[in-house]
Design a protein around this ligand. Structure first.
Ligand code: NAP
Length: 611
């Protein structure tokens, strides 16, 4: 059986689960995987490893390799190691990460880069799986392609590798075990190794000008041909869509058939903790024009027949179901296509090591973009249809797992206009989706309605603030004599005429005095008029109003809320606030940082950011 070394560097168990899955699948493909945690350095030795290496590496939130890889990384980063230290090694690496974080897949990238620096070569292209859109999108095709790449590697290097391995053993044995008479075998072995081009020998000899082939170009070992083996396959991957069905081969799955219960019961098995509500979509509106950079949709759900309740500022989960084609595919794999009327329960068999890589239905969080005061029995939310280049089929745009599915579900009721208005009662039954609560308990309007509020929410980060404003509008109507603090909104989008979300609604709030200050920046429109200050982003507008912002926060017990992208926007806004506080309060940056930290502690600087 063709052996390969399989290492995993795991933080929360995902890399381990994927490595275990590779290990289990290997057998069916005629390979045997020697599986170890990367921390078990006594169980493997890359310096002498002749088999190909497969590594699965995850990344911590700070962009580091997992703790279990610390020792390994330290060892390979030893500056004293020569550049050919791992020149004999061929490897394939799968990195796991989350593109919402600054250093995407950095754990894998660090190891990949260092292995290259030490002379190791890819026999298979590196894969970078993104938890933000679903690890499966890359993991599945990467693992699928691995077998072809390994086969190619073994086929091309079999003769040489095996003989080199055997000779090494013989050579080492002769040196170790027969110290009195090692020469003959030793010399024969050395000659044979040179002839075969053992890279360990070749490179060390090259430095002594004795090399048979003095440089890398003549290296007889197989160069990376992974592009063809991983990306062009005669067989398409299991599913062209995001995989949310078990990827394990049928032999690892335990199948139980049951007469179909009601939908609620089958949904309830998705998660056992949160209640799940199946609710109809009462409206869907496209908020952006067709030429906008991103397409934003607003969806309204009818929650009137459920116990689901929320406050503006809360988020909730949308439960993304398995796609029909995937279910079909799975039934085919399990030869159960004629049992569709049954409920199929799948479990990973208990006697396998497989644990957590059974892809499950992933709930995706969205902010509520409405107030129950203004829309009783309704819940609105907005989302961008995330499109990205497919890993497997180049040039093909694929949609994010949940948003792609959502977009398809709402399509029949979608209104293409930019205005948010009542949906006509459709003829067809309203499509339904499953949701579960996800109360934040912190991103809420201040209990003291006289406290000034500053809202910062570019793009879809505006969602919770629409809920805030609707709520405040109703409160003001109900309490005309009440004392309501100022409400500032800093909104940003790319083009005034394309993705100015809720434009009309915001204008109305402004005209009615609910929104006391509306500051909008357009990042990709040309500035109008010479005199206008360059206001590209929300923070530019905040800076323009430094004095007022500082006053509200430092002297009037105001609250500032930031919602949206964590990676760049929230960080830049935070830097701007420090700058403003420092200037307006006349304090050093460090002191300003402390003041901002105090605002956070007092729950007057609140963030609901996606990272
Ligand atoms: P976006 O991509 O963040 O873009 C909105 C505006 O922000 C654009 O004009 C963009 O300008 C600008 N921008 C880019 N970099 C910036 C920076 N460093 N500082 C300030 N502004 C910057 O908007 P989006 O696509 O709507 O995404 C917003 C984020 O919020 C996403 O991460 C989303 O997941 C999250 N979110 C979603 C919800 C929801 O319920 N769906 C709720 C809250 C937050 P340029 O592109 O021209 O540079």
């Amino acid at each position: 059986m063709r052996r390969f070394l399989l290492l995993y560097a795991t933080q929360k168990g995902q890399a381990k689960a994927i490595a275990e899955e590779i290990c289990e699948k290997a057998f069916a493909h005629g390979f045997s995987a020697d599986l170890h945690c990367i921390s078990e350095s006594d169980k493997y030795d890359l310096k002498t490893e002749t088999a190909p290496l497969v590594v699965v590496v995850s990344t911590t939130g700070t962009g580091d390799p997992p703790d279990t890889a610390r020792k390994f990384v330290k060892a390979i980063q030893d500056k004293a190691l020569p550049g050919d230290f791992l020149a004999h090694l061929h490897y394939g690496l799968l990195g796991l990460g989350d593109s919402e974080y600054t250093y995407f897949c950095n754990g894998g990238k660090i190891i990949d880069k260092r292995l290259q620096e030490l002379g190791a070569r890819h026999f298979y292209d590196t894969g970078h799986a993104d938890d933000c859109v679903g690890l499966e999108l890359v993991v599945e095709p990467w693992v699928d392609g691995l077998w072809a790449a390994l086969t190619k590697h073994f086929t091309s290097s079999r003769g040489k590798a095996e003989r080199i391995g055997a000779l090494r053993v013989a050579l080492d044995a002769s040196q170790r075990m027969d110290p009195l008479k090692p020469e003959l075998l030793h010399i024969e072995s050395q000659v044979e190794l040179l002839r075969l081009g053992d890279p360990r020998r070749r490179d060390s000899e090259a430095r002594g000008q004795n090399a048979v082939d003095g440089g890398r170009s003549g290296a007889p070992v197989v160069e990376s041909e992974s592009k063809s083996s991983s990306l062009t396959r005669s067989e398409p991957p299991l599913s062209q869509a995001a995989l949310s069905i078990p990827a394990a081969p049928p032999e690892y799955l335990h199948v139980r058939l049951q007469e179909c219960p009601g939908q609620e019961e089958s949904q309830a098995s998705v998660t056992s903790v949160d209640p799940i509500f199946q609710v109809p979509i009462s409206k869907a509106v496209q908020l952006t024009t067709n030429d906008a950079v991103k397409t934003t949709l607003l969806v309204e759900l009818d929650i009137s027949k459920t116990d689901f309740s929320y406050q503006p500022g809360d988020a909730f989960n949308v439960i993304c179901p398995n796609s029909d084609s995937e279910v079909q595919n799975l039934l085919q794999r399990l030869q159960l296509t004629d049992r569709r009327e049954h409920c199929v329960h799948l479990k990973i068999k208990e006697d396998t090591k497989k644990k957590e890589h059974l892809p499950k239905l992933q709930p995706r969080p969205y902010s509520c973009a409405s107030s129950n005061l203004s829309h009783p029995g309704k819940l609105r939310f907005i989302f961008n249809i995330v499109e990205f280049l497919s890993h497997t089929t180049k040039e093909v745009l694929r949609k994010g797992v949940c948003t792609g599915w959502l977009a398809a579900v709402v399509a029949p009721v979608l209104r293409p206009d930019m205005r948010v208005s009542r949906a006509e009662g459709g003829k067809a039954p309203a499509p339904e989706i499953s949701i579960s609560p996800r109360t934040t308990n912190f991103f809420h309007l201040p209990s003291d309605s006289s406290a000034p509020v500053i809202m910062v929410g570019p793009g879809t980060g505006i969602a919770p603030f629409i809920g805030f404003l609707q709520h405040r509008e109703k409160l003001q109507e109900q309490h005309p004599d009440g004392h309501f603090g100022a409400m500032w909104l800093f909104f940003g989008c790319r083009h005034k005429d394309r993705d100015y979300l809720f434009r009309e609604e915001l204008r109305r709030f402004h005209q009615r005095g609910v929104l006391t200050h509306l500051k909008v920046s357009f990042s990709r429109d040309a500035p109008v008029g010479e005199e206008e200050a360059p206001v590209k982003y929300v923070q530019d507008n905040i800076r323009l109003h430094s004095e007022q912002v500082a006053r509200l926060l430092l002297h009037e017990r105001g609250c500032i809320y930031v919602c949206g992208d964590a990676k760049n926007m929230a960080k830049d806004v935070s830097d701007t606030l420090v700058e403003i506080i420092s200037k307006q309060a006349g304090v050093e940056k460090l002191e300003a940082l402390k003041m901002l930290a105090t605002l956070k502690e007092e729950k007057r600087y609140l963030q609901d950011i996606w990272s």
